[in-house]
Design a protein around this ligand. Structure first.
Ligand SMILES: *[C@@H]1O[C@H](CO)[C@@H](O)[C@H](O)[C@H]1NC(C)=O
Ligand SMILES: *[C@@H]1O[C@H](CO)[C@@H](O)[C@H](O)[C@H]1NC(C)=O
Ligand SMILES: *[C@@H]1O[C@H](CO)[C@@H](O)[C@H](O)[C@H]1NC(C)=O
Ligand SMILES: *[C@@H]1O[C@H](CO)[C@@H](O)[C@H](O)[C@H]1NC(C)=O
Ligand SMILES: *[C@@H]1O[C@H](CO)[C@@H](O)[C@H](O)[C@H]1NC(C)=O
Ligand SMILES: *[C@@H]1O[C@H](CO)[C@@H](O)[C@H](O)[C@H]1NC(C)=O
Ligand SMILES: *[C@@H]1O[C@H](CO)[C@@H](O)[C@H](O)[C@H]1NC(C)=O
Length: 569
């Protein structure tokens, strides 16, 4: 154990932690669901306070008595007296789990220190300390007499029996005046499935969006101005007093409400009619506010990691592209999914960090912390916004990618900023090192016009396809004459570097048109070309061995020693 730890320390330096929380000494210790708040996790497993600290619950007392260790005796005990042993509640029914190993299951977990079902006749008397109340909402501004409200919500709709469901519906906003929305509060009907709500403003002159609840994608072409959000655990948002979100005659006239229902048990008997209440005022505030999204769209998180960091930078060039003047941030929200542990958003000016917008070291998907930035923080054109996300994939057996599902991951940051007129686009995100702002806003970014490239009948792309068609066969039959052609075609700016990876990634999601065929021709010699490369590397070996840098050399020795040690243990 110790040598392995030292190895990790040597290899990864500061990213390796000696610190072990109690959560790690208990099977599935960081995945235990809350007993009476659906979709919440119980973080301080041994405590009466779900966030930890203070009085211990019955499981916490037994855990302490066992020397803060997961013993067979503790595993076989039923600390909360609800008829399930601690091991059964925590996914270790046979009491075989050892620290750092993967528990037998992570399905059907329950709390070992709370008698469940929490409101049954048996449990009620034991759970007098249990707190089922959610955070309360404070916003004095909505008490002003001129403030009106509008509740938009789904009609009672049945929730499909899929794990992840996105449903959308559009609503008309009042157009009898010019208003600022100053607060939003959730109206949650079915707490068992409600995960988050996003509100997007729509181009008012376009039609065709869902007039009733319809299954939908993450975004919409006509409704793409994100301006409001609710996630599990939040009681609502109250806007900074100098700014509001413009609706009505001179603002957003229609909204698309997108609801994410999470139904991991895939039940088919759930229905929901959740929504949001918008609080709006005709007394306009001095500024209009909008939401700016930053982050990394490409994630690849290896399994079994205690810590895996990803980052993204909205660069100097990007903020010059996006901003016509300074903007101020008043609120911010980190967004990852279940593997997320830490996230920060930093503002960097002249290579120096001037402030953290968010800095969460105990991130939890269930407890979104919409932070209020007071006084508001200014971003100038030429500043950088850096997003850093840290994931823990200890319990995962497979690589996790970015995606919309709850078992996929995200690394995003949302910021409410004003004045709206200084911001030309609402997102500044990257895909690996690529600036999507640049890719979609510049005329010829990275020498590649992505719109034209995806159009295989466009004169820029047509010759590439023809060359491939004439020399290659699709679906991995590699022709000798194809190799050279592929090498040449891959030199195209749209197919090289990260742009090329992005295009291939996007193309792999396309199911119609000629592009999949283009891709299969392009990739038909991949394996053979890789083999050729290896043969070449072996023949070249004599020259490269003399030029290994001293640092690389040290790393190789350390890795070699580590592998040896690990094999010996
Ligand atoms: C756990 O015990 C059950 C029943 O006793 C058995 O079917 C199962 O194979 C055991 N699992 C392991 C991993 O030993
Ligand atoms: C909406 O406004 C009405 C009065 O116009 C008020 O009675 C009601 O409580 C408000 N609803 C919310 C959710 O604030
Ligand atoms: C909602 O609809 C479901 C059937 O789809 C029904 O069982 C349920 O009672 C309805 N709920 C309300 C509040 O009307
Ligand atoms: C970020 O949070 C951690 C833990 O709360 C704290 O130690 C650190 O100083 C914070 N950094 C900044 C710049 O606020
Ligand atoms: C690509 O080029 C076309 C003209 O050929 C232009 O209209 C379009 O805006 C360009 N697309 C991007 C993303 O720059
Ligand atoms: C593709 O390019 C051709 C030739 O430039 C053009 O006529 C056609 O409209 C383009 N198709 C799309 C969908 O943009
Ligand atoms: C080793 O490298 C030299 C040039 O650096 C080359 O001429 C020679 O062929 C190489 N030897 C082998 C066995 O590849």
């Amino acid at each position: 154990m110790l040598p392995r730890f030292i190895c990790l320390l040597l290899l990864w330096g500061s990213s390796c932690f000696g610190f072990k929380s109690f959560q790690q000494r208990i099977p599935n210790g960081d995945m235990v669901p809350h007993s009476c708040k659906p979709n919440f996790l119980w973080h301080g497993l041994g405590h009466e306070n779900e966030l930890g600290g203070g009085a211990r619950n019955s499981f916490g007392l037994d855990f302490a008595a066992a020397g803060l260790k997961w013993t067979k005796e503790l595993c076989e005990k039923d600390s909360d007296g609800d008829g399930r042993t601690n091991g059964q509640e925590l996914g270790d029914p046979n009491c075989t789990w050892k620290e750092n190993s993967t528990p037998e299951t992570n399905q059907g977990l329950s709390h070992p220190g709370v008698c469940e079902p929490h409101d049954s006749d048996l449990c009620k008397p034991k759970n007098t300390w249990l707190n089922c109340e959610l955070e309360s909402f404070k916003c004095d501004a909505i008490k002003s007499p001129e403030v009106k409200n509008l509740t938009i919500r789904f009609p009672n709709t049945s929730v499909p029996n899929f794990e992840t469901n996105y449903f959308c519906m559009t609503f008309d906003l009042p157009t009898d005046g010019d208003y600022h929305v100053i607060a939003m509060t959730p109206v949650i009907d079915n707490v068992n499935v409600m995960h988050h709500i996003l509100l997007f403003g729509c181009d008012s002159d376009k039609q065709g969006e869902a007039s009733g609840p319809t299954a939908c994608e993450m975004g919409s072409v006509q409704c793409n101005t994100l301006f409001g959000a609710w996630t599990v655990g939040s009681a609502g948002q109250c806007l900074y007093h100098e700014a509001g979100i413009r609706i009505g005659q001179k603002g957003i006239k229609r909204v698309l409400m997108q609801v994410h229902w999470n139904n991991p048990e895939m039940r088919d008997d759930y229905s929901d009619s959740s929504g949001m209440t918008l609080h709006y005022t005709p007394k306009l505030r001095p500024n209009s506010a909008v939401m700016l999204m930053v982050g990394q769209w490409y994630l690849e998180i290896p399994p079994g990691r205690e810590r895996h960091a990803e980052s993204a930078v909205c660069s100097k060039e990007d903020t010059h592209r996006l901003l016509t003047g300074p903007i101020k941030i008043v609120r911010a929200l980190n967004h990852m999914h279940y593997l997320g542990r830490e996230e920060s958003l930093e503002i960097i000016r002249n290579e120096k960090r001037i402030a953290y917008v968010t800095n969460e070291t105990t991130y939890s998907y269930d407890r979104p912390k919409f932070v209020t930035i007071s006084p508001p923080l200014e971003i100038q054109p030429g500043d950088e916004i850096k997003t850093t996300c840290v994931f823990k994939s200890k319990n995962k057996k497979k690589t996790t990618f970015s995606g919309r599902g709850t078992s996929d991951e995200m690394c995003l940051g949302f910021m409410v900023v004003f004045p709206a007129e200084n911001l030309l686009s609402r997102t500044c995100a990257t895909w690996r090192s690529l600036s999507l702002t640049k890719l979609y806003r510049d005329l010829n970014p990275y020498g590649c016009n992505i719109t034209n490239f995806f159009n295989l009948s466009h004169p820029d792309t047509r010759p590439l396809l023809e060359k491939l068609e004439n020399n290659c066969k699709p679906f991995s039959i590699c022709l000798e004459e194809c190799k050279e052609v592929v090498k040449e075609v891959r030199k195209h700016p749209c197919l090289s570097g990260d742009v090329g990876k992005y295009i291939v990634h996007r193309a792999a999601q396309m199911f119609n048109g000629d592009f999949p065929r283009f891709l299969s021709l392009l990739q038909s010699c991949d394996v053979e070309m890789l083999k050729d490369k290896q043969v070449q590397r072996l023949t070249n070996n004599n020259e490269s061995s003399g030029s290994v840098s001293p640092r690389r050399h040290l790393e190789l020795i350390v890795s070699f020693l580590c592998v040896t040690l690990i094999l010996l243990i």
